[in-house]
Design a protein. Structure first.
Length: 148
């Protein structure tokens, strides 16, 4: 029996795959649990139309992400932190502070999209953060941690 997967199923396939499975597996498990639907002609047409529309939307999202990446290139952030006399920071610099500094520059970026190479930044100096704007578009931002 041919089915269309509605979500990723381990060891079987990913979303929108059309695969052939045994009748009992499809009727007794996959379809009742909502993991799949029967691959009728009308369901295949709907699937192909959905894939076309999703591809168009994905292309627009990716183009917007690339445009934002071009604007963000070359930005240098300065983040102030309270430090001791030896240059150690009280606490650490994290993605929340980087997101706030980007907001001040005019870029509204969610802190969950910012990746730091170092686990914790506890000293003043120059660092690099990677911002994931899209699954295929990433931009590196240099920032400097200075003493307040």
């Amino acid at each position: 029996m041919e089915i269309i997967l509605l979500q990723d199923v381990p060891n079987l396939g990913s979303k929108d795959d059309i695969i052939a499975v045994r009748n009992g597996y499809a009727r007794n498990f996959l379809i009742p649990k909502g993991f799949a639907i029967a691959a009728t002609e009308s369901a295949k047409k709907v699937l192909s139309e959905n894939i076309k529309q999703r591809a168009h939307k994905e292309a627009k999202i990716k183009a917007d992400a690339e445009e934002m990446a071009k604007k963000m290139e070359g930005i240098k952030l300065t983040i102030g932190a309270k430090t001791s006399s030896t240059g150690k920071i009280f606490g650490s610099v994290n993605t929340i502070q980087i997101a706030e500094a980007l907001t001040e520059k005019g870029f509204d970026i969610d802190r969950k999209l910012i990746l730091l190479k170092e686990d914790q930044i506890k000293e003043i100096g120059n660092y690099t953060a990677e911002i994931k704007l899209h699954k295929e578009v990433k931009v590196k931002i240099d920032f400097e941690v200075v003493s307040e």
